[in-house]
Each structure stands twice: as C-alpha cells, then as structure tokens.
Design a protein around this ligand. Structure first.
Ligand SMILES: Cc1cc2nc3c(=O)[nH]c(=O)nc-3n(C[C@H](O)[C@H](O)[C@H](O)COP(=O)(O)OP(=O)(O)OC[C@H]3O[C@@H](n4cnc5c(N)ncnc54)[C@H](O)[C@@H]3O)c2cc1C
Length: 395
C-alpha cells in the first residue's frame, strides 16, 4: 500500500514537471491506446500535439489488457465482427492488419500469434506495447501531460478552449487553446465534455453475465470447454465454441464475454459440455463413469443433481441458463455505446459538422469481440484521426 502511494506520488511529481503550453495545434483528450497512436501520427505529420490524460500516467489502460499480456491485434481483422461494420470498414480500409503491424514493427515491437489468430508481444508483457508507444510519442515531440482531467470544452472562433484540472494542483483550472481536438476518452466518459455530439447510451460489454440456472454454486470457479448457444425466444442468436467459467452469480469466460455484447435479460444460454462427441459415443464412453468425459467435479455435481448417469449425460448436453444481465462488479472490458458514428466522416473521423473535432477508439460507438479486435480498432482509428487532424492544421 505504502509502495503504491509512493509510486503515485512519484508519478504526480513527474506529471507536475510537464509544461503544457497555452496553445497547440492538436489536443488529444485521453492518453490511452487510441489517444497515444493518434498523438504519434499527428506529431509525426508535423502538428504541435498535446495529450491531456486524467490518470497519473499515460497508457495505463494498455497495461491491464490480455491479462497483462496485451492481445494487441488479430490476424482475422474483419469489420463484420463489429457493431457498425460499414463504418469500421470505411475507417480501416483493406489494409487494416498490415497498417497496424507495420506501425508496431516501426516502433520496434516483436510479436507472436497464438490460437485463433490472437497476436501478443513476444515478451508477453503489455508494458512492452505501452512503453514503445510512450517512447515514440516522446521522440515525435508530443507533450504527454498526465494527471490532467479535462472538464469542459468550448468552441471558439478559431478552435477550442479546453479547461482541465491538474491532479497535483487542485482546485485550480487550467486552459489550453487548440486548433483541433481529438476525443480519445475511451468508454463511457464523453458526456462530461458536453459538446452536444449525439451519443448512444453506454452499457457494459465483454463482461460476465448474471444468470439463473443449475449448479452455479456447486461449480463456482470451474472452467470448461463448451459449445454454447445464445437464444432469444427459441431462436439461436449466436453459437460459439470455447471456454466458459462457472461463477456463483452466473457465467463468465471468453464465450460469455462475446455473448454479453448481444445478450438481454431473459435470453437463454445453452451449454453443451460435450462438444465434438456425438450421443452414441458419449453413451458408450460414459457406460460406467462420466469422469472420463467431463471434469470429475462437474460429473459428480451433475450426477448428484440428476440422480442417474443417463440423465446427467442429457443435462451435460444442454445445461440451460436464463440471463439476468451484466454481472454486478464483473469488470467489463468494454463499453457498448458512445459517440454516434453517424455524426463522423469515416475517412477522417472528424465531425461532419465541425472539422475541428475528431474522435477515435472506444469513445465512438464501436465494439468488437474478444481476441485483439478492440485494440486493433483503437490503433487504426487513432492513426486515421491523428493524421486527419494534423493534415488540417498543417495544410
Ligand atoms: C481488463 C481489460 C482487458 C482488455 N484486454 C483487451 C485485449 O487483450 N485486447 C483487446 O483488443 N482489447 C482489450 N480490452 C479493451 C481495450 O483495452 C480497449 O478497447 C482500448 O483500451 C480502448 O482504447 P481507447 O484509447 O479508446 O480507450 P482507453 O484505453 O480506455 O483510454 C482512454 C483514456 O482516456 C482517459 N480519459 C477519460 N476521460 C478523460 C478526461 N475527461 N480527461 C483526460 N483523460 C481522460 C482515461 O483515463 C484513459 O487513459 C481490454 C479492456 C479491459 C478493461
């Protein structure tokens, strides 16, 4: 605890030593994944660029990704996997993966592919990704200004007046005048900026789901590979194979995270715990015990609740849960909702009605499945927004 407080004090001291100019070409609000890449692109294009970040350091959100390993992209980037496929396609073009990889290659990152096309830094440390971005931003001359929380933005005749509060110098407000602004605040916090941009309400996504159903308490903490279906009124909405984690409150794991983007209360999740094994083979293999087919803890729980091996096998084929909603306190990886994409020009990610203002990353109403897709969106949308903002001010 004391160590954490010391580290924070150190970061705030470092943040206080950063001099933020009174004016800049491009101001980026939010120094997370998308904001850092936007800043690098704007600065390398020749624009004087400032990043205002409310956290005590930039890029902290990247550190938590992929369980600290940062699944930074996927070899199968496909706009159809996102909620606004046409918009994502128009922003990302047909060399999305190549653009992301050549950017990281030029930053000095080595990476490796794991199952399902997931790309990780070779070091398997999210800090590698974060650090190379900070190094490149600094080399490009970006002013990285952490511990600055942007509170208000006002349009002026020739740009924007940005009011922010310094964590190390409360309660005084400070001001920055920028010719162009990029909103890179991530999920759920854009309303504070009050720019009158239409927004879709924010809800948690890529999160565990609270559910009603059998054996949740008994199986709490067990992971199992399944084929899962998400159903609404008897119709199958989604089907996916992968890992599910039983929790006392419901279900978690990558499959459930993906379902959470679409699930509504009273939808049904059906788990087949014997994927790839047909009924005849399952009955044959399970003649004397189910322990060779299932995690023994699960087979015991199924036997205890159903009373016979046959019924336990039938139950294992279709364990059925009713969705209650996102699990309370379950950390969502994403916010669904955000700035309405219809308000933005996909070629520049600037507002159709005001070229001084752009946005990128999760601040926009874009979300994709688990697997590196959301970071890939953050990087590429940052490139587009940063370059467009700089092109405008340096023209
Ligand atoms: C635990 C976890 C694990 C994840 N793992 C993966 C993964 O492995 N692969 C993947 O593709 N995606 C993953 N994601 C999703 C991914 O992290 C996001 O899609 C991505 O970070 C979005 O980038 P962003 O820059 O838009 O937002 P963020 O990275 O959230 O950055 C936004 C920044 O803006 C700052 N900010 C907000 N408001 C203000 C303000 N008013 N003033 C100043 N600063 C402000 C925030 O402090 C933050 O630093 C994960 C998410 C979580 C939570």
């Amino acid at each position: 605890m004391a160590q954490r407080a010391r580290r924070r004090a150190e970061l705030l001291k470092r943040a206080a030593s950063v001099v933020v100019p009174a004016q800049t070409d491009v101001c980026i609000v939010g120094g997370g994944a998308a904001g850092l890449v936007a800043a690098i692109h704007a600065a390398e294009y020749g624009a004087h660029t400032v990043v205002l970040e409310r956290d005590a350091e930039c890029g902290r959100t990247i550190l938590a990704t992929g369980n600290g390993r940062c699944n930074f992209a996927n070899t199968s980037l496909n706009p159809a996997l996102f909620n606004h496929p046409e918009f994502v396609e128009a922003v990302c073009g047909n060399s999305w993966l190549a653009d992301v990889l050549s950017f990281f290659e030029s930053c000095g990152l080595a990476w490796e592919e794991e199952e399902e096309g997931r790309l990780y830094p070779l070091s398997r440390q999210a800090a590698s990704v974060r650090n190379i971005l900070l190094t490149r931003a600094q080399a490009a001359g970006v002013t990285l200004a952490p511990a600055r929380d942007v509170r208000r933005i006002r349009r002026t005749a020739d740009g924007l007046d940005i009011t922010y509060c310094c964590e190390f110098k409360k309660p005084d407000d400070a001001h920055l005048h920028a010719h162009s602004l990029i909103i890179a605040t991530g999920g759920g916090s854009t309303t504070l900026l009050d720019l009158g941009i239409p927004e879709k309400p924010a809800t948690p996504a890529l999160c565990p789901l609270a559910c009603d159903g059998p054996l949740l308490t008994e199986l709490d903490g067990r992971r199992v590979r399944v084929r899962a279906r998400l159903e609404r009124k008897g119709c199958v909405l989604l089907e996916e194979r992968g890992e599910v984690l039983f929790r006392a409150y419901g279900l978690s794991g990558i499959v459930i995270f993906n379902f959470s983007r679409h699930a509504r209360p009273n939808d049904t999740i059906v788990l087949d715990l014997l994927p790839g094994i047909d009924d005849t083979r399952a009955s044959k293999l399970g003649r004397t015990t189910l322990d060779g087919l299932l995690d023994p803890a699960i087979s015991q729980a199924l036997l205890a609740s159903s009373g016979s091996r046959e019924r336990a096998l039938t139950q294992a084929r279709a364990l059925t849960y009713r969705v209650l909603g996102p699990a309370e306190g379950g950390q969502a990886q994403l916010t669904r909702g955000g700035l309405a994409v219809e308000a933005f020009d996909p070629t520049s990610l600037q507002l159709a009605t005001d070229e001084h203002i752009g946005a990128c990353g999760e601040a926009l109403d874009i979300d994709g499945p688990c697997g590196g897709f959301n970071l890939a969106w953050a990087w590429k949308s940052g490139m587009v927004a940063g370059t467009a903002a700089a092109r405008k001010v340096t023209a």
